[in-house]
Design a protein around this ligand. Structure first.
Ligand SMILES: [Zn+2]
Length: 345
């Protein structure tokens, strides 16, 4: 079974005031997500130079009062009840996980993974990220043992305020719930339907098809433990997917697979930085059960403001139509990112 990469190119005609009113046209692409069928748009809008945000001043101003810095974190962050962990918090390397004071769900935690207050995109290291993910997994495992209903699990990251981060100190947000999010529900049910109608795992077929086409495929890390591709129908300016074939639940991912995930994120961050994207959203998803229909995957989308006014990169299309817009062609982004992977991954 192949993957449907459906796209409609719409052409708008107008008279161009900058070309002495000559007839002109500009395209917009509507692309359909090959799993869920949800549409996204690629606009041919001159993106120009992304204004590079300098977080150094904000970092300096917030360091003294940061609750996640090593001199305060053990004093000012909450502790888990004994049923989750008798130690109160989860520790691994520099990583510490504690309850989110303002929870998103029944189980909601925050994980820091570096003692450094401000970590620039190019300063993250594979051991730092790997310990952060492993510690998040230890929390999710403890949650599942204590509350077997909370099977909808995710590990998430808002890096920097423009991406929704309210604290500069890098931190993961880990969520477990008996209720799926819209994304979890839509992808899991579509992947199950795909399995029922084709007898194949959608993510396995996607990875194979992207690697055969070489249009959006970027590379592999950990000797094929994680396969990286740019999404055909992106959820933001660039939408990078890392798939872990053969793994369905986050709690089953192994140490070397987390390390392979970290190894792929480093060139992604380096690429974002080279493009002046200094913020991002990340989420790692898994199935609610051991399922041959679904694969663990991570999605990373850079965030930015646009132009001189600091215009948001989210507008009515994403907020009210639930339709992502991208000003960057996915195949072009993949070609640029592939070059970074070839030198760094
Ligand atoms: Zn800090």
């Amino acid at each position: 079974m192949s993957i449907p990469f459906r796209m409609e190119v719409e052409d708008m005609q107008f008279y161009d005031p900058t070309q002495d009113w000559a007839p002109f046209s500009r395209k917009a692409e509507v692309r359909y997500d090959p799993l869920t069928g949800q549409s996204a748009r690629i606009l041919y809008y001159p993106i120009g130079d992304i204004p590079r945000a300098d977080h150094a001043q904000m970092a300096a101003q917030t360091a003294e009062f940061c609750p996640f810095c090593p001199d305060k974190v053990e004093r000012v962050t909450p502790r888990f009840p004994e049923a989750i962990t008798p130690e109160g918090r989860f520790h691994r390397g520099e990583s510490i996980i504690f309850p989110n004071m303002f929870p998103y769900d029944r189980h909601s935690a925050v994980g820091i993974f570096s003692g450094q207050h401000y970590v620039q995109l190019t300063e993250f290291t594979a051991p730092m990220l790997t310990d952060g993910f492993l510690n998040a997994q230890a929390y999710l495992t403890a949650v599942l043992a204590h509350d077997p209903e909370s099977v909808w699990q995710s590990i998430n990251w808002n890096y920097m305020p423009v991406a929704g981060g309210s604290i500069i100190h890098p931190h993961l947000q880990i969520v477990a719930s008996p209720e799926a999010t819209n994304y979890q529900r839509a992808t899991y049910s579509a992947a199950q339907l795909y399995r029922e109608s084709t007898d194949e795992n959608f993510y396995d077929v996607l990875v194979a098809e992207e690697e055969r086409r070489q249009e959006r495929s970027v590379g592999v890390t950990g000797n094929g433990k994680v396969h990286w591709t740019v999404a055909f129908a992106p959820q933001g300016q660039i939408d990078i997917i890392g798939v872990l074939p053969g793994k369905s639940r986050l709690v089953d991912v192994e140490v070397d697979e987390w390390a392979a995930l970290a190894d792929g994120l480093l060139p992604v961050f380096s690429y974002f930085d080279s493009q002046n994207f200094t913020a991002f959203n990340l989420a790692a998803f898994g199935a609610p059960d051991v399922s041959n229909a679904y694969s663990v995957h991570v999605r990373v989308v850079p965030r930015t403001t646009l132009g001189l006014l600091g215009t948001s990169d989210n507008n009515y299309f994403k907020v009210l139509h639930n339709e992502a817009l991208s000003l960057k062609n996915p195949e072009e982004a993949a070609s640029e990112l592939r070059a970074v992977f070839e030198t760094k991954a």
